[in-house]
Design a protein around this ligand. Sequence first.
Ligand code: F6P
Length: 507
Amino acid sequence: MHDTVEWQALGAHREALDGVHLRELFGGDSNRGERLVAETDGLLLDYSKNRLTEETMELLAALADRAGLRHRVEAMFGGEPVNTTENRPAWHVALRQPNPPPEVRAEFDHMAEFAAEARSGRWQSVVNIGIGGSDLGPAMATAALGAFADTDLDVRFLSNIDGAHFREVTQGLDPARTLFIVVSKTFTTTETLTNATTARAWVADAVGAEAVGSHFAAVTASPNKAQDFGIDAESTFAMWDWVGGRYSLASAAGLSLMIAVGPDAFDDVLAGMHHIDEHYRTAPWAENLPALLGLVGIWNRNFWGWPTYAVLPYSQELALFPACIQQLDMESSGKSVQADGAPAVTATGPVVWGQPGTNGQHAFHQLLHQGTDIVPVEFIGFCRPNYSHIEHHDQLMANLLAQAEALAFGAPDAGDPHRSFPGNRPSTVLLADQLTPRTLGQLVALYEHKVFTQATVWGINPFDQWGVELGKTLATDIAAELARTADPNPARDSSTQSLINRFLAHR
Ligand code: F6P
């Protein structure tokens, strides 16, 4: 891509914008903030506070065309094997269709039946055991939609293999009234199986081994493994190899979310996702929110060279959203080779980080305003809260708007460099009416397709994650050594070996 005329035109255009301050861009154009926006289904994207012009957006749209984005989107939506290194589709959009494939519909019906029973008072608490995509999406969404949840049910999420997490999550729970849902596409993930095994023993101690089966459900693409673990076929829900873990919220991986908020609200999440899916597939790039967000991401990453960006929801309910987007974006785009195996020739995925405002303002915003690095920010806010204390929400949103304003325009203070704000720091604002199940679905799909847009321009496969495999293999070897079932590996480096030795001597 870097040797195309479109890429080079963007490079030259970027140089022409060197030294142009956002103050000038806004000063010479009183409608900029009304024009450099896009909206669909009540969700507004304001990208006007980025260092760009309308010409930039035209050049970026040409780059998207040169990368074959429209064709790639059609391939993904058509269920073609766009995950080329694993030779399978990445067909998560099929889950969100009003008329999904029959096997998906059957699974949703099974989930709704199971959720209705779980919500009927049979259980006091539900614990989702899973990690990565089998945890982050449902955990984030369950927290985000707390205002829509059945308050009698305590839905918790256990992910870390650290026993402290098991202790924390099971604290105060009655094993006799707790349902565990083991979510693992592969059913081989060590963290999940270790936690599930401990949970099984914890329940067996309280209710007896024969009753354990009824306390467990599984969500997996390997039902035989779930059955070997002791989970009944009737309590096992399917995942498919054509849905990637970090794209699986709309599948049975969202069972705990469905139990928390009920099948109707879960359907609303899917409807919000589907709206964005169709919008992404059909809207011209200039009006297409996921494409615009991705193209501005390309502009900031590749042409300005900024290596990180922050996702800052001004919503405590979205506290886990940055962590969720971190997996979605970094596991998808943290690649150094293109889909065909050739080395990447441009920078690829940036580092994603963030936490909810206003907390972040009292932690890292100092660096955002005055640090030597530029960090583009994506703010997320809502016009109406899910609570009645309007004065809190007005203050919250005043802070979001003020932060974006301060970053862009700054406040020079010639008399005191310490108090001078340079401004010219880019940000984007996503503003929705209210955080509802539908809005949440929109936001998740928006970021999924943002990631796809960028990966298409970079020529990488956003649906594999080979980079996590080596660590898993080495941990298995070291764990055998720590358990003294394997001898020290003579080829191991001296640092790792002496740390192992010290651990064994001191534990
Ligand atoms: O972190 C690697 C990963 O494979 C993620 O992609 C996935 O979401 C997570 O592990 C959990 O995998 P599984 O659902 O198979 O347990």
